[in-house]
Design a protein around this ligand. Structure first.
Ligand code: KG4
Ligand code: ZN
Length: 337
């Protein structure tokens, strides 16, 4: 019998609801919160209020789009963490209420695992090439930078982690210094397209093993701009594209060098990228070049599945459903999972 799952994602500033049937996405809607742009980052209290306003209409629309009624749903999945506690609470409470009203099971999902599991989402009329295990995935988002080995759909091992900022934070914080609104990653990506990636050089960290560090780069970028602005007050305006291209290139080379090391150390050539920063065109292209050179079987997610979305929560829940991994109603969200 078909298994239909309603999935809720509310860990940060996007309210997303998806309907997944037997691993296929029937709908995956996202309500973005533009309110944070003016503040240069996500304001937790505003985020949870916006989730409260959005969650019912987004769920309603997701059900209409999927042509699914409440009675057709077999389980409700939600992001338990990591994320902003107030935001997570909205999704968790809504999921509990829905599950209770329909008398169906509740499934909790780890947001980070879900980003990697986005590679297992099936889409109608697509060729749906899926990774095999072990699968090595670089997870790069606004809050996390990790190298993860998936041993099976539900078993993951973190083999590398950032010791300070995440890659997305490096994009966002350096963008803020250049006067860009939050999140700055997409604009930097766009401007980098017309810039020279070798125009400027910024400090690269020396972190042992498979861990990452981005706070030094942020400082190096800040000091470089401070000095340059003394000589030319319009330095940023005059060099925007080159600054973006050079910064992006530095971030990408830090990321890719660790993926290469991880692949060599583990012998895994089944490789993917996931998370918001995996939408970056430079990262996608350079990963493709590296994959050809090193004979990797590379997996790059569709743009719609890179940033936070509920389809990735739904696909993870689908595998948990098959194993009967349900949550009790006393479950609480976890800011740090
Ligand atoms: O996965 P995500 O939507 O949320 C978190 O779980 O953090 O990632 C958001 C991050 C932001 O830092 C944003 O600037 C970055 O992803 N991002 C990008 C691009 N699109 C989104 N960074 C670089 N290039 C992009 N095209
Ligand atoms: Zn995320």
């Amino acid at each position: 019998m078909a298994v239909t799952i309603l999935a809720i994602e509310s860990s940060c500033d996007d309210t997303s609801v998806a309907i997944i049937r037997d691993g296929y996405v029937l709908s995956n809607l996202i309500a973005n919160q533009d309110i944070h742009m003016a503040y240069g980052g996500v304001v937790p209290e505003l985020a949870s209020r916006a989730h409260q306003a959005n969650i019912v209409p987004v769920t309603h629309q997701a059900m209409i789009k999927a042509d699914v009624k409440a009675e057709d749903i077999d389980a409700v999945a939600f992001t338990r963490g990591p994320g902003l506690l107030g935001s997570l609470l909205v999704g968790t409470s809504f999921a509990k209420g829905f599950a209770l009203a329909q008398n169906i099971p509740l499934i909790e999902v780890n947001h980070l695992q879900a980003h990697v599991m986005a590679h297992f989402i099936l889409e109608k009329d697509k060729n749906n090439r899926l990774p095999s295990f072990p699968f090595l995935c670089l997870l790069v988002s606004g809050g996390h930078t990790r190298i993860i080995i998936m041993k099976s759909h539900l078993e993951m091992e973190v083999i590398g982690n950032t010791i300070d900022d995440a890659a997305g934070e490096a994009f966002d914080k350096c963008g803020k210094v250049m006067g860009f609104t939050y999140p700055a990653g997409p604009l930097i990506d766009k401007l980098a397209g017309t810039g020279n990636k070798n125009a400027f050089r910024f400090a690269k960290p020396h972190v042992k093993g498979l861990d990452f560090s981005f706070s030094g780069l942020k400082t190096s970028f800040l000091y470089f701009l401070r000095d340059s602005l003394k000589e030319d007050p319009d330095f940023i305006e005059h060099n925007k594209a080159d600054l973006c291209a050079s910064l992006q290139h530095t971030i990408i080379s830090i990321l890719i060098s660790k993926v290469i090391t991880a692949s060599l150390q583990t012998g895994i050539k089944e490789i993917g990228i996931a998370g918001g920063v995996s939408a970056n065109s430079g990262l996608r292209n350079e990963m493709k070049t590296e994959a050809e050179k090193r004979k990797w079987n590379l997996f790059i997610p569709a743009f719609s599945l890179t940033t936070d979305n509920a389809a990735m929560i739904g696909i993870t829940a689908y595998y948990k459903y098959q194993r009967g991994q349900f949550a009790g109603h006393d479950i609480a969200p976890l800011a740090r999972y």
